[in-house]
Design a protein around this ligand. Structure first.
Ligand code: 4AD
Ligand code: MG
Length: 498
């Protein structure tokens, strides 16, 4: 089989492509078919006098998403989508598609989500899934090259790893069971057997939050390392993200282009050197005059930008009446873009006062909200690492800071450009009695944790790890607004189909 992505190996040859009609138009004795085969898109030109009557009739019958087999000669054509064109000699139909619900016009996101099984075929969705695939490949490459062993944690569990408030309960024969929130506790047992391990699996959170960062089912990558302290944990997290970003920049330029991703900040991230600040410093930053000034400036900048955009819109609208057809289309496009940007600005102008309020009144001991995370990363181009959180707001298994008992040796990595937390990790409590005390303090049942407590009895060692949320990483690298477009079939509150 020849795939569109490999057409450069077949220039001037006759090949047969199999795929679906992405788009088509006709002019008299010509049909232009944009064929999509999963690997890419290629324009196929059907000339009436170059094909049999049957093939011409087949071309006339084509509809969007009809499945076809097209034979023709590959020619280089820089202007053509994908850089090649197929001069068609034969065309056979597998199936003529019914009227396809997703057309080039704008559809609302709810409609697209209802048709997710078809929406996956669209170009931007295609590009996002390719980036997701590259990230997954990069993750395995990174760990495998460093001697980590990939091991799987169970999905049915009897215990809660990350707090009891967002567990999905299920029945396990006669027993009560939960869907796992994290593979970490099992990861710790596996690290005591293999030293360096990582899990890569689905995790579940019954989160009743309908935000752009939350899924109820998401994929998490959790390395766990024996003999690592918090600093080593942070070094690894930074190297890991730097590696992934480099891979995606290197291997997905086409996809990032389809997604209109501005890669300037990702290029900064690719160089590493992420700032590290303590939770307490982060709180000071949120409450600072500098933060208030930055937000006030942001409001001014947004207002100014809106003025300029409105002026531009007036100007080009005046031009519209006398403009040529191609220019009219250009103007319409620009007016649409301006409208979208103005909506964004309006939303920012509505949000900023709330963000400002929340930041300036932030109290030490609280957990960061989405807007606090956005503000904290605002002055940086790369992700930042925030470490040493109040132990009160963190999980039972985290080791306390020997310098300050109120603090947990925890770290969160916050991605820039408003993406927020992508990694959560910590050094683990390795002392038997302290761990038992924590389980007790958190009101957790000791019996289901007995195996976990055991680990502290048989050669306990300092150890650390972290968890990366795959979908949040995909959203960030692709520049997507919402995690629903980062996984083939997202599961969120209120969404179980398709
Ligand atoms: O910070 P979290 O809850 O950490 C853990 O689960 C630890 N056991 C990890 C470890 O130390 N091994 O979750 C880790 C990451 C978050 O930073 C976020 O990227 C992602 O998982 N995440 C979610 N992604 C999508 N939807 C949700 N509801 C998520 N909850 C967490
Ligand atoms: Mg977290």
């Amino acid at each position: 089989m020849v795939y569109i992505t490999n057409l450069s190996d077949h220039v001037d040859e006759e090949v047969t492509l199999k795929g679906w009609v992405y788009n088509y138009r006709s002019s008299k004795n010509l049909y232009f078919v944009e064929l999509r085969d999963g690997s890419g898109i290629c324009q196929c030109v059907v000339a009436k006098d170059a094909v049999s009557d049957d093939a011409w009739e087949a071309a006339e019958a084509l509809r969007q998403e009809s499945s076809v087999e097209i034979t023709g000669k590959v020619v280089e054509d820089e202007r053509s989508i994908g850089g090649h064109e197929l001069q068609v000699t034969d065309l056979n139909i597998f199936q003529v598609a019914e009227d396809y619900p997703i057309t080039p016009k704008d559809h609302g996101v709810e409609f697209l989500m209802e048709n997710r099984h078809l929406w996956l075929r669209s170009r931007r969705q295609w590009a996002a899934m390719r980036v997701r695939n590259e990230i997954i490949y990069a993750i395995h490459t990174f760990f495998q090259e460093r001697g980590f062993v990939q091991m799987d944690a169970p999905i049915f569990t009897g215990n809660a790893a990350e707090g009891t408030t967002n567990l999905f309960e299920t029945e396990y024969f006669e027993e009560e069971a939960y869907l796992t929130q994290s593979g970490q506790l099992y990861g710790e047992a596996m690290a005591m057997a293999h030293g360096l391990i990582y899990t890569f699996g689905p995790t579940f959170r019954a989160e009743k939050s309908k935000t752009r960062r939350h899924l109820t089912e998401f994929w998490m990558i959790e390395p766990e390392m024996a003999f690592y302290d918090l600093d080593m944990d942070m070094d690894l997290a930074e190297d890991f993200i730097t590696f992934i970003v480099n891979r995606v920049l290197d291997r997905c330029p086409k996809e990032l282009d389809i997604l209109d991703r501005d890669t300037s900040k990702l290029c900064k991230t690719a160089e590493g050197g992420f700032p590290r600040i303590s939770y307490s410093e982060a709180v000071e930053q949120l409450r600072s005059d500098e933060m208030a000034e930055m937000l006030d400036q942001m409001v001014e900048d947004r207002k100014q930008e809106a003025e300029e955009l409105k002026e531009e819109r007036e100007e080009i609208k005046k031009e519209h009446g006398q403009a040529k057809k191609w220019r009219k289309a250009q103007i319409d496009q620009r007016v649409k873009e301006i409208g979208m940007r103005l909506d964004e600005i309006e939303e920012d102008l509505r949000n900023i006062p709330t963000w400002r309020e929340s930041a300036l009144n932030f109290e030490w001991g609280e957990d960061f909200g989405g807007s606090d995370e956005t503000l904290l990363t605002m002055k940086y181009d790369t992700p930042i690492l925030v470490h040493r959180f109040p132990a009160e707001i963190k999980a039972f298994y985290m080791k306390r800071d020997p310098e300050d008992e109120k603090l947990a040796l925890a770290v969160d990595m916050l991605a820039p450009e408003g993406y927020g937390e992508i990694i959560g990790g910590s050094e683990r409590e390795e002392d038997l009695d302290t761990l038992k005390k924590r389980i007790d303090e958190h009101d957790l049942p000791e019996d289901v944790f007995q195996w976990y407590i055991d680990l502290r009895q048989y050669g306990s060692v300092p150890h650390s790890g972290f968890g990366l949320g795959l979908e949040r990483t995909v959203a960030w690298l692709c520049g997507l607004d919402h995690v629903r477009e980062t996984i083939p079939f997202p599961r969120m509150m209120g969404r179980l189909t398709p």
